[in-house]
Structures are given as structure tokens and as C-alpha cells.
Design a protein. Structure first.
Lengths: 633, 309
């Protein structure tokens, strides 16, 4: 009998030895202090240890999870040439459809829309083929290519951002999932990912043109009741936040070169009501000399006005476009208070130069003696082609303002003093050096072929994560302790065998997780707890059967054999059905659910192994001894 | 030690009572679901924004609600005072849930956090990163996809299980088991709806685990029935089933108790994030044990009697 047991004991021994080996780094890692980790990192050993440690999910250690989606309509617009009214209308209608039915596929909408509108794609995409079918399939490929480039560029950016173990992967044909563990400043990471990094240089239109267009916009809007709805929220402001400075009387200065009006006490905090009726657009703005000021509270209204089709028409007629500065700055007012304002610039609608020419970008502090002394700046170096164009642009526009625009936001609009021929330039207007560094990163990594939208974002703060870990571990330990004690009381020595199996069960599940490099999430901990329940159930089924057999008067050995045999089918049937549920969950699951399903799946498999194989071997080694007449169960 | 001695309870005698009780609970739940217009879905499925923040002192929800009445983002006003604002775990933590808004600005979650941070000076941690417990926003596209996937997951799990039981037992058994599962999920869904708890992604996982657990329990009894049917062909089905339930009763109770305790500990100490998950599991363990005896088994008896007629 002993000889029959030996191979089984050998298997059990090997499995246990493997489990200890697999789980050891995780235990070791837990005990390491930060300083010890640092010294291991210096020796280059940390990575090897970390690769074998059970990873904690973002919900446990804190961090951010972001799903980005490539903006296909914009990509298609960017690829098209000779765009006309019809094309823009088609793309616009697809955009609207995508808002209404977000799950729709862009390309099938594009196919229907182009045939419905009788749109000849070869007109806009003649490089891609001659008939609509060919062009569409080429565009689909173009879309796939774009996502791959986006992936590469984002990887590049994140690498330079310096986060430990970032995960960036493609999901489907349009999406990218980014997981950044332990990121503290989620805003910074967010703008780093979302930025298209489209750098453009525009010439700013002169003051007269700007004044003229503003008067035209005023005329278009004058008497239009509907714009009142955009601005009506503004007077309310006064009652709600009486402590803020903007409820005090603020003068609305005349724009550009005209005499400053003295402050008139008005009903509204931001808009001069008297002037408003006559000049609805200008009344929301301030004169800042080089640019137009938009008080922070008016930004939304101004944006809405600029989006109106009749306003867009006027702008298109003069070939200009309005862009905001990328951040609001504080300006002193005549009455001594300070107001935060964005700057608004009227630019030529064609860029003189785009960021493709950037060869190198470095963040720095402005050199002593310059206007930007001590300010964070980004130094740009252009390639020879860019340098040549830049010198032509600057040479022919001396005295005018050039706007440096990143992702459709104006960073600065300096006056061109002289022709710049070296291809070097610098950008200022950053909040701090970190922002300058991030912009330098995105400029170096290059522009995305299409804008990306953040369609899902989850951020777990480090304190919540730590709390979850503490509580999760606590619950597992309490639950485990109860079950262990209960089994010991209820089944005595047999109970201790079940306890032994249970502990090994947990160790084995963790060992499998460590070697699969799986991530332990909070639902994963819940799965572990459920595994405890499942594993105990198998033992309970067996023990109850053995008790039954013993009550029938069988010898311990016969009772154990009979009990196991009869319990076997029950355990398999019961566990296989749960296994099915776990597999379906795994298939369906994203992130946290997948973690749960992984733990549940392995937990069930391993509990079958420990309950059927391990405990039976132990029982057999007892009962095979001669002279055993009683079983402690 | 033995808690349950040999029992001879006539479970099937009370099967009508059981059916009545289940019908009552399910009906209450369904009415609640209809009144509330379906289950309360989390942002995982509906899209929207959720932020939870940690103040340094206990906060009054009404004060937070009031401050969220006017959220000014670059001149665009939002009234969030009617959204779901509640304590999160402790009195000093607050969570705000906003459904997907068509005109929501970029980075809406952060803007809400900023608004709260600026509106309660002195009651917030010095460092803003300590203020944020968590935030999330899900686009409607992701939500719609997930809902589809969740429905697919539940249907395919049920289908596969039906198939497995039909092969291993009989089709009748499979029907009984599936009915029990449907019962469990409906009851849990109904209770969640009654108490106004939301259905999030982890809750779907809990539901599928309930399905797994309930099945486990049902199969153990079925297995006994199968064994006893083979052993004694003369007895009536009803008697065999009664005997089978009695014979496996001690296992049923011990396993249910231990599992119940384990999920109860999770419910008590698991922390806010896992709280509702554990609650679903607690309901599931109770209902799952009950349904094996009073839903799955009576259906087999009934189907057998119908077939015998």
C-alpha cells in the first residue's frame, strides 16, 4: 500500500515545492523597504524580482485607467483634399449620428452617407483609388495604420513621462487602453495623452481687420433673441457668488483704440447691459492691447457665438479664424480689482508652418536678460526645410504678430522683430516647468495623425487603494480564521486535514497568479474569499459522505474509499458548472471582472485538486496503517 | 460534532408555500423595478461621471448639495444639486454621480473636484491629490457596449449550464436548475431595486457568482436524487427527492453557513468599494440555498408528475 502512495506523495511534494518557489518573490517583495528596493534597482535585480511578484491592480495601488479613441471623422477630414461644402456636410452629419448612436461603426455610416449624398470619394481621396469601394477599404486601412501610429507615439510619450510599469495596449481597431499605476497628478497625465501635439504657426490679423469683423459679428447678432439664452446665465452669477470680485461694477472698455468708457454701474457683473443691446459680442470682451480679453465667465458664451453658422460665414469670408489662448491670466482692472481672462486672437486661417518641421524640443527656464527670464520655456529646433520656411515667414512679416498654436490653443503671439534664419524659436506661456517639460515631450514624440478622445477614465486615489488592500486582506484573514476553526471543531483531525488543504489551496492560487503575471484586483480578493468557500464545500461533501459510510458500520478504510468515490461525481458536477460561469465571466470581463474570473477559475480547479487528490492521499496514509479502528471525523 | 442528525423533513409538502413566498418576493421586486423604470444602472453601463472626495472633517450632504447647485465652468453653469450626492464609506467622504451630459465640458470629473475643493476651504486636505479618492467617467459608447456584453454573458452562461446539466442529468433537471437560477437573480435584482442600490460591473460579477454558487448547491442535491433514483426505483419521486434533500441537508447547511460567514465578513470589513458586491453575495447565498430546495426540486417533481400522467 505504501508503495502505491509514493508517486502521489511525490506529485504533491513537487507541486508544493513549486508553489513556494513561485510565491517566494512576492513575500520577499512585501518585506522590502523603499531603500532596499532602490539598492536592488541599482544592482539591476529589482526588475527580475518584480517580474515574479503578484501585481496589484489599479484599484489596489491607485492610478489611472484611460481608454482613448481615435477620432475617425477628423482623421478622414485631414486625409481629404479639395474639401467642399458637400463633403463637410456629410462628415458633419456622420458626427451627429455618432453622437446619437455612439455604438455605430464610422465606416459603415460613411459608406451609406457617401452613397446617399452622392458623394464621389475620388474627388477628395484620388490618391486612394477611383471607385468608392476601393477608396473606403483603403481608408479603413489608413484608420488602422493611424491607431498603430497613435499607439507608438503614446508609448513614446509615456516612456518619457517616467511612470513605473505603464501598460499601453490596443483594444479593437479604434481604441487604446492606457494604465498608469501610482500616478499622482492625473491632470498632467491626461493632457499628456490627449494632446494631439499639433504645433502650428499663424500670422495674426491686424487690428483693423479684427475691429471690422467684430462689428460685423455684432451686427449679425444684434436683436437676435436666441443669444440671450447663451448669456442669460451671467447675471444670475451675481446672486450666487456674492463674495466674488466680479459682482462689483466692472467697466466694459471699448475695444481697440477707442476711448475708454468710464465705468457704468450695471445690472450684470460681466456684461454691460446698455452696450449689450447694441453690440452683443463686443460687450462680452475687453481690450487687452495686443489681443482681445475674454473674462473667464464669458468664455462659454463667446465660444457658443463663434460656433454659430452665420458668424462662421463672416469669418470664412475674410479668411480668418478666432482662437483662444491656452490659459486664463489675471489682468488688473481700472477699479483696482483683478480679473482672469483668456486672450482671443484673430488669425489667418491657413497655418504658415506646422510642427512636422520640429527636430528637437527642450524645456528650459528663460535665459537672463530676455523677456522670459526665469519663465519656463520650450526651445525648438527646426529641420532645414522648416528653418528655410520659417525665415521666409518671419522675413516677410516683420512687425506683425505670429501666433504659436499648440492643439488649437494660442501659447504666445509675439511681434516679429526681425527675420529668424537659424530655425530656432522658443515658446513661452506655461504655468510651470512641468507643463513645459510635458509639451517638450509631446513635441519630440510627434503629432498624432488624428485627435484622440478620452472615452473612459477611472482614477483611484492612493489612499482609497491602500484602504481597500488593508480591508480586503483583513476580511480574507478573518473569514479564513473562522473557517479553519470551525472545521477543526466540527471534524476534528479530519478537519485539520481540510484546513491544511485550504491553506495550500490559497497558496497555490497565489502561486498561479504570480507565475501567470496576473493582476490582483479588489474583485480578485473577493474571488479568493469565494474560493475559500468552494474549497471547504468539497471537503464538507466528502466528510459528510464518509460519516454516512461510517454510520453504516464500515471500517475507516472502506468508509474513506466509499466516501471519496461517491463524493467525486458530486464535486465534479458542482464545480464544472461554476467553472463555466467563471469562464464566461473571463471572456466577457474587462479589467476588474477579468481579475475576479481568473482567481475564481484557478481557485475552483485547485480546490478540486486539493480536495480530491491531496486530502485523499493524506487520509489513505492514515487508513492504510494496520489496526486503525476509529476515524476522527 | 454533528449539528444535523438524520432528518426526515417533508420538504415537498410545503412546496406550494415556497412557491407562494418566492412569487411574492419576486413580484415585489418586479413592481419596484417597473416603478423605478428598470434597474438602477451605474455609470459603467449608462455612461456618466463619478467622483469621490475625502474632506478633512465630517461633511453635511446638504451643504455639498447646495454648493453643487451652481457649478461654473468657464461661464457654463451646471446645476448638480439634484444628482446623486452621498457619503462614501465615512462621514468625511462624499461621492457625486452625474449622468452623461451632452454638453459636458472636457475633463468634467476634474472640474467637479476643483469646484468642491475651492468651495470648502479649510475642510479639505492641503494637497489636492489627497482630496481625490477616485474619479471616473465613462462615455455612453462604452456603456452601451458593456450592457450588450453583460446580457450576452448571462445568456451564454445560462445556455452552457443548461447544456451541461442536460448531458450529465436529464433535461428536466436542467430546467429545474435554470428556473432556480432565474429565481435567484430576479430576487437579488428586486432587492437591489427596492433598496436603491445600483448595478455596476462588479455587481454583474456578483450575479454570475451567485449563479455559480446556486448551481453548485442545486447540483449537490440533484446528484443525490440521481443516485437515489438508481438505487430505489419503487419509491415515488416525491419521496426520493425528500429523502435526497434530507440526506444532503447537513452538507447544505454547513457549506451555506461557512460561505455566508465569509461573505458577511467581506460585507462588514471589506470597505466601501466591495460593500455592495458582498451584499449581493449574501443575498445570493441565502436565496441560492433556498432555491435548490424550494424551486429546483419541486419543478422536477412537478415535471415528473406531469410526465407520469
Amino acid at each position: 500500500m505504501k508503495s502505491k502512495l509514493t508517486p502521489r506523495l511525490l506529485i504533491i511534494g513537487l507541486v508544493l515545492a513549486w508553489a513556494v518557489w513561485a510565491i517566494w518573490p512576492s513575500i520577499q517583495y512585501q518585506g522590502l523597504s523603499d531603500a532596499e528596493k532602490e539598492s536592488l534597482r541599482e544592482e539591476g535585480k529589482l526588475e527580475r524580482v518584480e517580474s515574479r511578484v503578484i501585481k496589484q491592480g489599479l484599484d489596489l495601488k491607485g492610478g489611472m485607467y484611460i481608454v482613448l479613441e481615435v477620432d475617425l471623422p477628423t482623421l478622414m477630414e485631414n486625409l481629404a483634399i479639395n474639401k467642399d461644402e458637400k463633403f463637410n456636410r456629410t462628415i458633419g452629419s456622420i458626427r451627429d449620428q455618432l453622437v446619437r448612436t455612439p455604438e455605430a461603426d464610422f465606416f459603415s455610416l460613411f459608406t451609406t452617407a457617401s452613397s446617399d449624398n452622392n458623394l464621389k470619394l475620388s474627388r477628395y481621396y484620388y490618391d486612394y483609388g477611383s471607385d468608392n469601394g476601393d477608396i473606403l477599404s483603403a481608408l479603413v486601412e489608413e484608420g488602422e495604420d493611424a491607431i498603430n501610429r497613435v499607439l507608438e507615439i503614446l508609448q513614446n510619450r509615456v516612456d518619457q513621462f517616467g511612470v513605473a510599469e505603464p501598460t499601453i495596449q490596443k483594444q479593437g481597431s479604434q481604441r487604446i487602453i492606457v494604465e498608469l499605476a501610482g500616478v499622482q497628478d492625473s491632470n498632467r497625465a491626461r493632457s499628456l495623452l490627449e494632446s494631439t501635439a499639433l504645433l502650428e504657426f499663424f500670422i495674426v490679423k491686424d487690428v483693423n481687420t479684427t475691429n471690422e469683423i467684430m462689428i460685423k459679428i455684432d451686427q449679425v447678432l444684434k436683436g437676435d433673441e436666441s443669444i440671450a439664452s447663451v448669456t442669460e446665465s451671467i447675471p444670475e452669477e451675481k446672486q450666487t457668488e456674492p463674495s466674488e470680485s466680479d459682482d462689483q461694477t466692472v467697466s466694459v472698455s471699448e475695444l481697440f483704440g477707442e476711448t475708454q468708457e468710464t465705468s457704468t454701474p450695471s445690472d450684470s457683473a460681466v456684461v454691460d447691459q446698455n452696450m449689450y443691446a447694441e453690440r452683443p459680442f463686443s460687450s462680452m470682451l475687453r481690450n487687452l492691447g495686443q489681443s482681445i480679453g475674454v473674462p473667464e465667465k464669458n468664455t462659454y458664451a463667446v465660444r457658443k457665438i463663434l460656433e454659430r453658422p452665420e458668424v462662421e460665414e463672416k469669418l470664412a469670408a475674410i479668411g480668418g479664424t478666432f482662437l483662444f489662448s491656452h490659459k486664463a491670466e489675471e489682468y488688473p482692472l481700472v477699479d483696482g480689482t483683478v480679473e482672469k481672462m483668456y486672450s482671443l486672437y484673430l488669425l489667418e486661417d491657413e497655418a504658415e508652418l506646422t510642427g512636422g518641421v520640429v527636430e528637437e524640443a527642450r524645456a528650459n527656464l528663460g535665459p537672463q536678460g530676455s523677456t522670459s527670464a526665469g519663465q519656463p520655456i520650450v526651445n525648438l529646433t527646426m529641420n532645414s526645410d522648416g528653418a528655410r520656411k520659417w525665415s521666409i515667414v518671419t522675413g516677410s512679416n516683420v512687425g506683425r504678430q505670429v501666433a504659436i498654436v499648440l492643439d488649437k490653443k494660442v501659447h504666445m503671439a509675439p511681434n516679429i522683430r526681425e527675420k529668424i534664419s537659424g530655425g530656432g524659436t522658443l515658446i513661452e506661456g506655461f504655468a510651470d516647468i512641468n507643463e513645459a517639460k510635458d509639451i517638450a515631450i509631446v513635441l519630440r514624440a510627434g503629432a498624432l495623425p488624428a485627435p484622440v478622445d478620452i472615452i473612459e477614465e477611472r482614477i483611484v486615489g492612493p489612499s482609497l487603494g491602500a484602504d481597500s488592500v488593508r480591508r480586503g486582506t483583513q476580511s480574507v484573514l478573518i473569514g479564513l480564521a473562522f473557517v479553519l476553526v470551525f472545521m477543526l471543531i466540527y471534524y476534528r483531525i479530519s478537519g485539520s486535514i481540510a484546513d491544511f488543504a485550504l491553506i495550500w489551496n490559497i497558496v497555490l492560487v497565489l502561486a498561479v497568479l504570480a507565475s501567470l503575471q496576473a493582476t490582483l484586483t479588489l474583485p480578485g480578493i473577493a474571488g479568493l474569499i469565494l474560493t475559500v468557500g468552494m474549497s471547504i464545500d468539497a471537503n464538507v461533501i466528502i466528510f459528510e459522505r464518509i460519516r454516512e459510510e461510517l454510520r453504516k458500520g464500515k471500517t475507516p478504510k472502506a468508509a474513506v474509499d466509499g466516501g471519496y468515490d461517491r463524493a467525486l461525481t458530486t464535486i465534479i458536477d458542482a464545480n464544472v458548472t461554476t467553472l463555466i460561469a467563471a469562464l464566461v465571466l473571463w471572456q466577457f470581463g474587462t479589467g476588474p471582472i477579468k481579475g475576479f474570473a481568473t482567481v475564481l477559475f484557478w481557485g475552483i480547479l485547485i480546490s478540486m485538486f486539493t480536495a480530491i487528490f491531496v486530502t485523499r492521499t493524506i487520509f489513505n496514509s492514515f487508513t492504510s496503517r494496520k489496526g486503525i479502528t476509529k476515524l476522527s471525523i | 460534532m454533528r449539528i444535523i442528525k438524520d432528518t426526515h423533513i417533508d420538504f415537498m409538502r410545503h412546496r406550494r408555500l415556497g412557491a407562494l413566498l418566492s412569487a411574492f418576493v419576486i413580484l415585489t421586486g418586479v413592481i419596484s423595478l417597473v416603478v423605478n423604470g428598470g434597474p438602477k444602472l451605474s455609470i459603467d453601463f449608462k455612461g456618466g461621471t463619478l467622483v469621490s472626495v475625502q474632506f478633512t472633517e465630517p461633511m453635511d450632504v446638504t451643504a455639498v448639495r447646495l454648493s453643487l447647485g451652481k457649478v461654473n465652468i468657464d461661464g457654463q453653469l451646471f446645476d448638480l444639486s439634484r444628482e446623486e450626492i452621498k457619503h462614501f464609506g465615512g462621514p468625511a467622504a462624499i461621492s457625486v454621480r452625474v449622468p452623461h451630459l451632452e454638453n459636458a465640458p472636457q475633463n468634467f470629473a476634474q472640474k467637479i473636484v476643483d469646484h468642491l475643493y475651492d468651495n470648502f476651504p479649510g475642510k479639505v486636505p492641503e494637497n489636492k491629490t489627497d482630496f481625490i479618492l477616485g474619479k471616473g467617467s465613462v462615455g455612453p459608447k462604452i456603456g452601451a457596449e458593456l450592457s450588450g456584453k453583460a446580457v450576452m454573458a448571462i445568456i451564454s452562461a445560462l445556455g452552457l449550464i443548461l447544456l451541461y446539466i442536460s448531458i450529465r442529468f436529464e433535461f428536466r433537471f436542467a430546467l429545474g436548475a435554470i428556473a432556480a437560477l432565474g429565481h435567484d437573480v430576479l430576487v437579488t435584482l428586486g432587492i437591489f431595486s427596492l433598496f436603491g442600490y445600483e448595478i455596476s460591473l462588479p455587481i454583474i460579477a456578483a450575479f454570475l457568482t451567485i449563479v455559480g454558487y446556486s448551481l453548485n448547491d442545486t447540483i449537490v442535491i440533484f446528484d443525490r436524487i440521481r443516485e437515489n433514483v438508481k438505487a430505489s426505483k419503487r419509491e415515488t419521486y416525491k419521496k426520493i427527492i425528500n429523502r435526497s434533500i434530507n440526506e444532503s441537508l447537513s452538507r447544505t447547511i454547513i457549506t451555506s453557513l461557512t460561505t455566508f460567514f465569509v461573505v458577511f465578513v467581506l460585507f462588514l470589513f471589506g470597505g466601501e468599494v466591495i460593500h455592495n458586491f458582498a451584499l449581493a453575495m449574501i443575498i445570493g447565498v441565502i436565496v441560492g440555498t433556498y432555491s435548490s430546495i424550494y424551486i429546483a426540486s419541486p419543478i422536477i417533481v412537478q415535471l415528473h408528475e406531469n410526465a407520469a400522467k
